[in-house]
Design a protein around this ligand. Structure first.
Ligand code: HEC
Length: 101
């Protein structure tokens, strides 16, 4: 029983560390991929044509980036931007945006 509790604790620790790493990774991917140029620092856009992402939850970001990538949601700019994203990039960016609430 003690071993079981210790394993749960270890797993929870690893999981929370991984989650934090994803937010940091998402933040750098958001900058490196140029998202920041249109959607702004911290997801706050200063250009009306580009929606702010701050305040959106992770599921929304994940779903919309997946849809832009597959073409299910159509927008020439975002279809091109999402085309180069890997699944891990989308997860990390979604975690990062989600953390900006
Ligand atoms: C050249 C400007 C530009 C760049 C660069 C850009 N976007 Fe966008 N993004 C837009 C525009 C414009 C829209 C609105 C598209 C529409 O009307 O369907 C949008 C929409 C979105 C949406 C949906 C928001 C909503 O409210 O529906 C998400 C999520 C998003 N972008 C994420 C990203 C990510 C992540 C990156 C970097 C990989 C990125 N964008 C790069 C201009 C840009």
């Amino acid at each position: 029983m003690r071993f079981f509790l210790a394993s749960c604790l270890a797993m929870a620790l690893v999981f929370s560390m991984t989650a934090q790493a994803d937010v940091a990774q998402g933040k750098s991917t958001y900058a490196a991929r140029g998202c920041i140029g249109c959607h702004g620092v911290g997801g706050v856009s200063t250009v009306t044509a580009n929606p702010s992402l701050k305040g959106r939850n992770g599921d929304f970001i994940r779903q919309n980036l997946t849809d832009f990538r597959s073409g299910a949601r159509k927008n020439p700019v975002m279809n091109a931007m999402a085309a180069g994203l890997k699944d891990a990039d989308i997860e990390n960016i979604a975690d990062y945006i989600n953390s900006l609430q």
